[in-house]
Structure formats: structure tokens, C-alpha cells
Design a protein around this ligand. Structure first.
Ligand code: DAH
Length: 338
């Protein structure tokens, strides 16, 4: 019996020394140490032994069980630790890996210039107003002192929806809408889309304007010059030369067109400024008494100036783009450059 027990221990320990995985350890543990395992069946034979032998062999069985158990348990711990290490390795996050690329858009160059123009005027205390793109003849023309037979209507190639309804040809009708609803003092800009039947490398049927106006008691032409000069210096360059040229608009009197020194040739004369050294940037003037009459303002008490400018033209000059249609072709290779 003693020999059989020692042999069993030897066999178990040698099996253990070549074991490869956790499952095999558990199987071996059951086979040797389980309730119906080999050690248990030898234990049953204790009864056949003599009184003297029984405790001695019993002790031997217990110590063999102890040694096998100890080896088995230490193996199980080792395998568990191994498994844990493997899992941690597999789960490790490499924080030095580059992040996933999220495609990021940018705002359209026209939007960018629009935002810049608006923010300069916000800085001078102007408020933003908006009006409808589908407008009536009255707001787009009549109230702006452009009656039905006025030659100025020919300059504006209007998209008509009906005799009386049209796509606004400029942002000036917003002047009327704002003044109808509010009393002076007013400092307002109105950015938005306008429409004209025109299409070539400097014209598209839809383009953007910013209208602005200021009305109060004793607003003068000096205020017009001061505000527009500050605006253009901020938009282009602090020291850019500016020129006010007499002009005509039905809704202002006197009227001016405002030029800046050509940004392409610095005034020397080039293709863009057609050799003149100057670029026309905006139209402006002192609001006409007929316009004040249309909104029921007393033109003896109030005066004001107004101006309007085209955003595409400014964007073309700032970015050196010579075909306006590029803005609306939605070619991302073009748009990504801004
Ligand atoms: N509405 C004019 C246009 O579209 C631009 C303009 C000129 C607006 C003079 C004004 C102004 O307010 O005073 O050509």
C-alpha cells in the first residue's frame, strides 16, 4: 500500500511538471484528489490494514494529498496570473497613436467676408436687421423714390414673380421696413441675398449685399465719411487711400461712390482697376427726403446716411479671384483654401 501511494504521488507530480494549461490542471486535480479520485479509492482500503499500520498510512495519504494540492494550487494561480496579463496586454490603449481624423469643414469665403463686414459695424454700435428676398415693387422701388417710369429701373434687371412681386434687386428695401417700424435714432445694417438677371465673370444672378444706414437729428455727410472711412480702413488696410466721388442714386441726395486705392497695384494702375489706380467699393449718400416721407419721418428734424456694398466684389478683391462664378461652383478644392 505504501509503495502504491508513493508511486501515485510520483506519477501525479511528474504529470504536473509537464502540464500546459488550466483545464488539464483541473482535470488532474479531479482525477487524483476528487471524491471519486485515485487517492480517495486508496483511502477506502485503509480498513484492510492493521491497527498499527492504519494511522501511519493515513498520515502518508494526508501528506501526499497536501503536496499534490500545493502544486496544483500554485499552478492554478500561475495560470490565472498569466491569463490576466494576456488580457491586460490585449486591452492596452496606445495613447501615442494618432487620433482618428474627423473631416472638418470651413465657412464659405462669402460667409467669412459677410461676417467680417457685419462684425466691424457691430463694433460701431450698428444692429443687424433682415428683410424678405421675395419683395414687393413698393419696398424695392416705389418707397425708395424709384417710381414706375424711373430710368433707374432699367439698370436693375429684375426677376419679376408678378406685376407687383419680385426678387429684391438690392438690400435697400430693408431701410424702409426698419424705418416703418422704429423711430430714430437708428444704426442698422442689413446683410442678405439679392437677385438680378445678369451673368458673366463679374456677375451672378444671386449675390450678397450689406446695406447700412444711420438716422438721427443732425447726422451729416461728415458722419457718412467718418463711418465709411473707419469701416474701409478696418476691412482693407489702416492706411489705404479712400476717395468719395459724386454719383447718383434715387434714394440719396447727395450721392457718392466710394473708391479705395487699387489693392492689386497699390494705385499704380493695372488690369483689375483698368489703369485708374482706384476700385469702386460702395454706393452711399444722405437719405433722400422722399424716402423719409414714405416712412413718415419728418425730414426737417431727421437726417441720415445710407450705403450699400457687394460682398462678392470685396471677396474677389481681397482674395484676388477674377471669376465670381468660382464662389458658387462648390468645388471643394477652391473652397478649402479659405
Ligand atoms: N442699392 C444700391 C445698389 O444696389 C446700393 C446703394 C447705393 C445703397 C447707395 C445705398 C446707397 O443705401 O445709399 O446698387
Amino acid at each position: 500500500m505504501r509503495d502504491r501511494l508513493l508511486q501515485l504521488e510520483k506519477a501525479a507530480l511528474s504529470e504536473i511538471s509537464s502540464i500546459k494549461n488550466k483545464e488539464a490542471v483541473i482535470e488532474l486535480k479531479n482525477r487524483y484528489l476528487g471524491r471519486k479520485g485515485e487517492l480517495a479509492s486508496l483511502t477506502k482500503e485503509l480498513g484492510k490494514l492493521s491497527h498499527e499500520e492504519r494511522p501511519v498510512v493515513g498520515d502518508l495519504i494526508n501528506s501526499i494529498r497536501g503536496r499534490i494540492e500545493e502544486r496544483v494550487n500554485s499552478l492554478l494561480t500561475a495560470f490565472a496570473q498569466d491569463e490576466r496579463e494576456q488580457r491586460l496586454k490585449a486591452e492596452r490603449v496606445d495613447v501615442t497613436l494618432p487620433g482618428r481624423y474627423l473631416p472638418l469643414g470651413n465657412s464659405h469665403p462669402i460667409t467669412q467676408i459677410m461676417d467680417e463686414v457685419v462684425s466691424i459695424f457691430l463694433g460701431m454700435g450698428f444692429k443687424v436687421a433682415e428683410g424678405p428676398e421675395v419683395e414687393t415693387d413698393y419696398y424695392n422701388f416705389e418707397a425708395l423714390n424709384i417710381p414706375k417710369d424711373h430710368p433707374a429701373r432699367d439698370m436693375q434687371d429684375t426677376f419679376y414673380i408678378s406685376d407687383d412681386v419680385l426678387l429684391r434687386t438690392h438690400t435697400s428695401p430693408v431701410q424702409i421696413r426698419v424705418m416703418q417700424g422704429k423711430k430714430p435714432p437708428l444704426r442698422v445694417i442689413a446683410p442678405g441675398k439679392v437677385y438680378r438677371r445678369d451673368s458673366d465673370i463679374t456677375h451672378t444672378p444671386m449675390f450678397h449685399q450689406v446695406e447700412g444706414f444711420m438716422v438721427d437729428e443732425s447726422i451729416t455727410f461728415g458722419d457718412l465719411k467718418g463711418v465709411l472711412t473707419a469701416f474701409l480702413h478696418s476691412l482693407f488696410r489702416e492706411d489705404i487711400a479712400i476717395r468719395f466721388r459724386p454719383s447718383f442714386f434715387p434714394f440719396t441726395e447727395p450721392s457718392v461712390e466710394v473708391d479705395i486705392q487699387c489693392v492689386m497695384c497699390n494705385g499704380k494702375g493695372c488690369r483689375v482697376c483698368k489703369g485708374s489706380g482706384w476700385l469702386e467699393i460702395l454706393g452711399a449718400g444722405m437719405i433722400h427726403p422722399m424716402v423719409f416721407k414714405a416712412v413718415d419721418y419728418d425730414s426737417e428734424r431727421y437726417t441720415g446716411f445710407a450705403f450699400g456694398l457687394g460682398i462678392e466684389r470685396i471677396a474677389m478683391l481681397k482674395y484676388g479671384i477674377d471669376d465670381i462664378r468660382m464662389f458658387f461652383e462648390n468645388d471643394v478644392r477652391f473652397l478649402r483654401q479659405f
